[in-house]
Write a protein that binds this ligand. Structure first.
Ligand code: ADP
Length: 261
């Protein structure tokens, strides 16, 4: 049985097909979330790349920031539910999910049996989200994908003191004018995001096993700084950006199984 999960974020659109609720058999990702052609491009990529046809899909769940506006799909489910379900599928003993996406950050606590027991979210301020990193990458004329490796070469991290993205932008511009090394600045920028998310995580409560989800999970400097700040190991899977879509496909599977009983 095949189920499809579609995660329409603020920055990217992701699709995942699960076989029997467990095995990822196809996936796709496209830049562009709500209000762009990202969702249709991600679906087109999915059907092009896989042997599975749309008619083979037993049920579809849509999640993410743009889920309400999407036409099609059988169910919609919150991002919290889907990141928890997706994370738990990859890590069966998972108790905490730290999701940092393009425009928000969430920390989700799970009970021992995998149910969501608490969450804390920042969707009001760009600091502590992928948006902050994207803005800084733009100023530095860098690709945000290179932040992790760039920060790894830092020898003297520059702390970013401004809590507001707009002020932090000016701070980075003046540090560049002062001639500081780009690696040190990038390391400070990544730590700044981690410190803000760590504060959210402490409010939610952090129990191990902890994993990251969302695109920013791919930034190793943010991951390491979060581990340091929270004093825990944080699991990372290369599919972290797909956890919402994986969870959505799993949500569909769970619904079908319930109906069959
Ligand atoms: P959303 O679901 O809100 O659209 P995502 O979870 O897809 O967001 O995350 C998008 C963010 O992930 C981007 O803003 C970017 O900062 C970050 N990102 C994506 N890919 C990478 C990468 N390879 N390395 C570092 N950061 C990345």
């Amino acid at each position: 049985m095949y189920t499809l999960g579609i995660d329409i974020g603020s920055t990217t659109s992701k699709c995942v097909i699960l076989k029997d609720g467990e095995e990822i058999v196809a996936k796709s990702i496209q830049l562009g979330g709500l209000g762009t052609d990202g969702p249709s491009a991600a679906l087109a990529e999915l059907w092009n790349a896989s042997e599975i046809k749309e008619s083979d899909i037993a049920r579809t769940t849509v999640t993410g920031y743009g889920r309400m506006k999407f036409e099609g799909g059988d169910d919609e489910a919150s991002e919290l539910t889907c990141h928890a379900l997706g994370g738990r599928l990859v890590y069966p003993g998972l108790r905490t999910v730290i999701d940092i996406g393009g425009q928000d950050a969430k920390v989700i606590s799970l009970s021992e049996d995998g149910r969501m027991s608490n969450f804390v979210m920042n969707d009001k301020c760009a600091a502590g989200t992928g948006r902050f990193l994207d803005v800084m990458a733009n100023i530095l004329k860098m690709d945000v994908n290179d932040f992790g490796s760039c920060a790894a070469a830092s020898t003297e991290e520059i702390a970013i003191s401004s809590t507001c993205t707009v002020f932090a932008e000016s701070e980075v511009i003046s540090q560049l004018a002062n001639g500081v090394k780009r690696e040190d600045l990038v390391a400070g920028i990544c730590t700044s995001v981690a410190v803000r998310v760590a504060a959210l995580a402490r409010r939610a409560g952090v129990k191990e096993l902890v994993c990251m989800s969302g695109g920013v999970a791919k930034n190793e400097a943010v991951r390491r700084a979060l581990e340091k700040s929270l004093d825990v190991d944080i699991a990372f899977d290369p599919l972290a950006q797909y956890f919402g879509a994986i969870g959505a496909a799993r949500y569909s599977y769970n619904k079908l199984i319930k109906q069959q009983r």
